[in-house]
Design a binder for this molecule. Structure first.
Ligand code: HEM
Ligand SMILES: [Cu+2]
Length: 534
């Protein structure tokens, strides 16, 4: 692997490697992060239009069917082209080999292939919008998705998701093999940084669940294109079967989007609080518990789909149980912070923001997990509030925390702390203004996925839209800071945060083979405050 990359970078400008089929995991990680961020900007622009429409109760800005296409593309991009690729492909690729003392991923070419599949998939998804937008939400429930007038768009949408799913499966195989087989000699599983545990759990979930989504979408494709009736009630098919298959993937998918971020947070808190992580093993095991439980609770998305009572009890209990390993993590993080010497750098601010917002989102999730409550608020804005607290307040805040924390390692430069903090405060305020009122709107009965609403909901919706505007503006200091610092920032040392995990023992940015010579052995990655590490 190294020959291809070394000869490449020796003969051409450094930055060209980011536009090539490079097989260095660090380049691929950065390719994933930058590409997914570009998709995030597109998804964000769509969200801006959706929020602009919702500032008034009438559907006056966008045609209602266009509105449907826009929130569908928004949700699909955010999940499949932004959060999943950024947290797994981006951070996973960049960090896992460096954290375990490997020279690269186990299958470098497969890795590059998985990345390069996401670009045509993304373009296909965007193209689907222009041939007649898929308008059935990111869930694509039949019979609507079969009977839709926008068949061409729906078909391209399905093909694109299957392609992204395939990429995800390839990546999962690669992570599992790398973590189990490529650790530096002497590094046991319980010496690994917690991010690697999180990636292991994530990859097992992705590997087991994604093929089920692919299967469901292929059957849906047959129903749309070839007149089969797997899910079409008109011909005796069963749309609820699609819901089961879809959520068998998509509930685990929410953990694919959050487990790596749990890992990121578990790395950041000890470094910037100068304390050993509290409950290393408990956090590692809780990732694996979430992986197992996460596979068993999918039908909490279907309490209103005529599920029998006994099934509702099973899925309610299962869902509430997920709160146990999740709570273990949250308590361990708080205990880590307790009496720490906290440095409020941008990464730490985003990590603390993550903890507060994720707890809110998780609590709303626990409420939704109990069938008697969910029957009332299903498909209202309460659900929208819940999943934005866990996905934006959770995953996106975690991505920002990780970007600031590893920026010096990835680029060899320091970012501007002042503008990082401005970015944090604008994001935190904008986020809460935008999404907190949605809890109230949902409890008052405002349905999701419609362009028109009862005028009594107007004032809260205006607040949400103002919050969205602040959120959009908050991205500007971030982008300027990142671009300016990457090109002109002060040079970073190998270990500016005095962190103890293995990636900080090499240069910033690391050489192609990660370490000149053998990587050192780190068996206590969190020994802060002990002996010489305070
Ligand atoms: C303690 C943890 C959690 C519990 C108990 C929980 C529970 C639930 C329940 C019951 C629903 C269905 C509500 C309905 O449609 O009526 C739901 C929706 C959702 N949750 Fe969670 N959740 C939790 C954490 C998360 C996390 C960590 C994420 C993502 C990072 C997430 C993402 C979502 C999404 C995207 C939806 C909406 C799906 C849709 O209908 O489009 N949840 N959650
Ligand atoms: Cu779920």
């Amino acid at each position: 692997m190294t020959t291809a990359v070394t000869s490449y970078s020796a003969s051409r400008p450094e930055w060209l490697k980011y536009f090539s089929f490079c097989i260095d995991h660090k380049v691929i990680g950065i390719q994933y992060i930058v590409t997914s961020f570009l998709f995030y900007l597109i998804g964000g622009a769509l969200a801006g239009l959706v929020r602009a429409e919702l500032t008034t109760p009438e559907p006056d800005l966008l045609d209602p069917s266009l509105y449907n296409g826009m929130f569908t593309l928004h949700g699909t991009i955010m999940i499949f082209l932004w959060i999943v690729p950024a947290v797994t492909g981006g951070f996973g690729n960049y960090l896992v080999p460096l954290m375990i003392g490997a020279r690269d991923m186990a299958f470098p070419r497969l890795n590059a292939l998985a990345f390069w599949m996401t670009i045509p998939a993304g373009l296909l998804l965007i193209a689907s919008f222009f041939v007649g937008p898929a308008s059935t939400g990111w869930t694509a429930y039949p019979p609507l998705s079969i009977l839709t007038d926008q068949k061409a768009g729906q078909v391209l949408w399905i093909l694109s998701i299957i392609m992204i799913g395939t990429s995800s499966i390839l990546a999962a195989v690669n992570f599992i093999t790398t973590i189990l087989k490529m650790r530096r000699p002497g590094m046991g599983l319980f010496h690994m940084p917690l991010f690697c545990w999180a990636m292991l759990a994530t990859s097992v979930l992705a590997l087991l669940a994604t093929p089920v989504l692919a299967g469901a979408l292929i059957l849906l494709l047959f129903d749309i294109c070839f007149g089969t009736v797997f899910f079409n009630p008109a011909g005796g098919g069963d749309p609820v079967v699609y819901q089961h298959l879809f959520w068998f993937y998509s509930h685990p998918a929410v953990y694919v989007m959050i487990l790596p971020v749990f890992g990121i947070i578990s790395e950041i808190l000890p470094v910037h609080a100068r304390k050993p992580i509290f409950g290393y093993k408990a956090i590692a095991y809780s990732s694996m518990m979430i992986c197992c439980l996460g596979l068993l609770v999918w039908a909490h998305h279907m309490f209103t789909s005529a599920t029998p009572d006994w099934l509702r009890i099973f899925f309610t209990v299962g869902t509430l149980l997920v709160a146990v390993p999740t709570g273990i993590k949250v308590f361990s993080w708080i205990a880590t912070l307790w009496r720490g010497k906290i440095h409020f750098r941008s990464s730490m601010l985003f990590a603390l923001g993550f903890v507060s917002l994720f707890v809110m989102g998780g609590l709303a999730g626990v409420m939704l997990g109990s069938a008697p409550i969910d029957l009332h608020v299903h498909d209202t804005y309460f659900v929208v509030a819940h999943f934005h607290y866990v996905l934006f307040g959770g995953s996106v805040f975690g991505i920002y925390a990780g970007l600031y924390h590893w920026f010096p390692k990835m680029t060899g430069r320091m970012y501007n702390e002042f503008w990082g903090r401005v970015h944090f405060f604008l994001t935190y305020i904008g986020f809460n203004l935008c999404f907190f009122p949605m809890h109230i709107l949902g409890l008052q009965g405002m349905p999701r996925r419609v362009a028109q609403y009862d005028p009594q909901f107007t004032s809260l919706n205006v607040i949400c839209s103002i919050g969205a505007l602040i959120l959009a503006l908050s991205t500007i200091p971030f982008l300027v800071n990142m671009i300016y610092s990457w090109t002109r920032g002060e040079r970073a040392s190998g270990n500016p945060w005095r962190a103890l995990t293995l990636e900080w023992t090499t240069l910033s940015p690391p050489p192609t083979e990660n370490w000149h010579g053998e990587p050192p052995l780190v068996t206590e990655p969190y020994a802060y405050g002990i002996s010489s590490h305070s």
